[in-house]
Design a protein around this ligand. Sequence first.
Ligand SMILES: C[S@@+](CC[C@H](N)C(=O)[O-])C[C@H]1O[C@@H](n2cnc3c(N)ncnc32)[C@H](O)[C@@H]1O
Length: 195
Amino acid sequence: MIEEPEYLRHIQRRIESLEKEVHTLLTGIDELTLEFGCGHGHYLTAYAEAHPQEECLGLDLVTKRIEKANAKVEKRNLTYVRFLKAEAAEFLSVFPESTQITKVFMLFPDPWPKKRHFKNRMIQSSFLSVLAEKCPKGAQFFFRTDHSGYFDWTKEHFQEHDDWEIDPDAAWPFEQTSYFQDMMDSWQSLIAKRV
Ligand SMILES: C[S@@+](CC[C@H](N)C(=O)[O-])C[C@H]1O[C@@H](n2cnc3c(N)ncnc32)[C@H](O)[C@@H]1O
């Protein structure tokens, strides 16, 4: 018998544990506002304070950032916003059928400027397909970046995708500078909707 390599078992255990955590967090939640790559949670915390009727969840890969973000919302007693350490695609792979994602934010994601690293960008056709399965028609995706190459990449991915359409008339729902936005002189925004 061929033994399963230890790293595969490790990934399997991590996904099982993430699934339990995500299902516990989202029990009883029908509609969710989600931020991918939330960093220290500056944007989503302020957004949630202004939108107490929405259940919000922010994801990031970095544990320290998530701890800081959760400390922020606990201090403000915002019980309807939480932050979770998770990789975006892994998170979607364990997302429960009982919840729908109605708003998505992705602000200043890592641009991975070199061509050989484009595969690391969060925006990929496969990512938009899996996300679309969790979103009802009319769900909105709010994207902002300072990197013109990543902006064009994202625009093309939405234009070419059957499940999404760029909505040039939609308004940015809430302005609050994120940690990275604060360091930038300019940026571009794009809003897409699930069709
Ligand atoms: C440039 S920072 C922007 C943080 C924040 N949105 C802001 O505007 O200040 C990008 C963030 O995305 C996170 N990130 C990168 N790839 C990710 C992935 N695949 N899943 C979840 N988070 C990711 C990084 O850890 C980092 O905190």
